[in-house]
Ligand binder design. Structure first.
Ligand SMILES: [Zn+2]
Length: 450
């Protein structure tokens, strides 16, 4: 169960980007309280109140139950006061509490909010010879990346299907008798191409490419944040600075320590907080002009990339291409005069292409905006409207685009997002590929049963 940093509404997509952990389901609490009360022989209402209080503090349910047991003299939920020592590879989500001897790989700091108070937690990764495990420390134990530690009575909880260690007030942290040798990178330094959603405590050395100030509605009212793009030799990524640093100016080269990474619109996004440190670099950071070029399957497997180049054949131009109408409120495509969010609206005409691109490894839906579509169509919105009027059929625009694109090989650059509906590349550049793999395209077309 993960809790989040700030519960704010991002005005650009009107969805809370991080909902508070929903671990206080009433049904669960009741049944857990029942079980605890009968085990401990104490009043159920009292146990339930204790449990609810802890759950509100985003304490995982197993932790909360153990805490309540301890309070009522029931011990640690069946586990002995000093739990058995385990190799990290042997820890499963079935374990209650464990003792481990580990090397600290990373440590990130964040603030989470509960009951109107801010609580600072540390998160990161631990390793031993057998593997790695994520941790959350609910108080400051003072350890740092590189430290070798014996951690006693750490709670095991499940996070994203994997075991994670929970270090709380009943956990002991001591320097290990001997340094723990691990075959892993110590510290959070990473190239941008290695950054993935869910990373904590990362350090990057980047050039700031774009910055814009923005006011958002948060829990504390209006808050100013910075949004933009940073780059290094390996990639470019969007960032958000929740505690605006004056150093973040376009063109400056910076070392930024202790950032966390979340997924935003399908791509990893770097987040700076009050705990992040920003230090100007004297040596310039080289920024790649080109986007990394990847096979489609590899790009999709990465879970989303901010700037990537794909090359493949257009198999199909999908419905919703050509002359379309958008909701004047939200910009969504209107179907039969209906917006998904705003009901019946007077749609605004626009041009768009949704094309299926295939390179033999996988397919991706490529979306071209009005400008790229106009280039492919060979005319702008007015031309498209007049062609549709002449033919008394809007579909002639999409048909003309399909005639132009289908079967051809194209080089597409843009932002790739991957979600449950598939992979989508929002194109920033779209051009015919140099080599002419028309036969490859024909073979691909034959395969899909042209
Ligand atoms: Zn709308």
């Amino acid at each position: 169960m993960k809790v989040c940093v700030w519960e704010v509404i991002n005005p650009t997509d009107r969805e809370p980007f991080c909902a508070v952990a929903s671990n206080s389901r009433p049904m669960d609490v009741n049944s857990h309280a029942e079980e605890l009360a009968s085990d401990l022989g104490v009043d159920r209402a009292e146990v339930k109140a204790d449990l609810e209080n802890l759950l509100e503090y985003s304490v995982p349910i197993d932790e909360a139950k153990q805490s309540v047991r301890r309070k009522h003299g029931g011990g640690g939920g069946g586990s002995s006061p000093t739990p058995d020592a385990f190799d990290l590879a042997a820890i499963t989500t079935d374990h209650g509490n464990v003792t481990v001897t580990v090397r600290v790989l990373t440590r990130g700091t964040r603030t989470i909010r509960y009951q109107g108070d801010d609580l600072t937690i540390r998160e990161g990764e631990l390793a031993d010879e057998t593997g790695t495990i994520s941790y959350t420390a609910w108080q400051d134990f003072g350890f740092e990346p590189g430290d070798s530690l014996t951690i006693g009575n750490a709670g095991v909880r499940e996070w994203d299907g994997e075991p994670e260690l929970n270090l709380n007030e009943s956990t002991t942290v001591a320097i290990a008798d001997e340094p723990v040798d691990v075959d892993r990178e110590i510290g959070g330094d990473r190239d941008l191409v290695e950054i993935a959603a869910g990373d904590r405590g990362r350090n990057v050395e980047v050039r700031v490419l774009e910055v814009a100030s923005k006011t958002i509605s948060g829990r504390d009212g209006e808050t100013d944040i910075l949004e933009g793009v940073v780059g290094d030799e390996t990639a470019k990524l969007p960032f958000t600075d929740w505690d605006p640093s004056p150093e973040l100016e376009p063109g400056v080269d910076l070392r930024i320590e202790d950032v966390y990474v979340r997924e935003f619109r399908g791509v990893p996004s770097i987040n700076l907080t009050e705990f992040s440190t920003v230090t100007p670099l004297s040596d310039p950071v080289a920024v790649a002009d080109d986007a990394p070029r990847l096979p489609v399957a590899e790009a999709v497997d990465s879970g989303g990339m901010f700037d990537v180049e794909l090359v493949g054949n257009v198999l199909e131009v999908r419905d919703g291409s050509g002359l379309i109408e958008r909701c004047p409120e939200c910009g969504r495509v209107v179907q039969n005069g209906q917006c998904r969010s705003h009901g019946e609206v007077d749609g605004e005409d626009d041009l768009r292409v949704k094309a299926i691109l295939d390179d033999g490894t996988a397919t991706v839906t490529v979306v071209l905006d009005d400008e790229l579509t106009a280039a492919v169509y060979g005319g702008g919105l007015e031309d498209a409207l007049s062609a549709a009027k002449d033919a008394m059929d809007k579909d002639v625009v999409a048909e003309a685009i399909a005639d132009e694109l289908v079967g051809g090989a194209y080089r597409v650059r843009g932002s790739l997002s991957v979600d449950e509906y598939g992979a989508t590349l929002d194109a920033t550049a779209f051009e015919a590929a140099d080599d002419d793999p028309a036969d490859v395209a024909r073979a691909a077309l034959a395969e899909v049963g042209e």
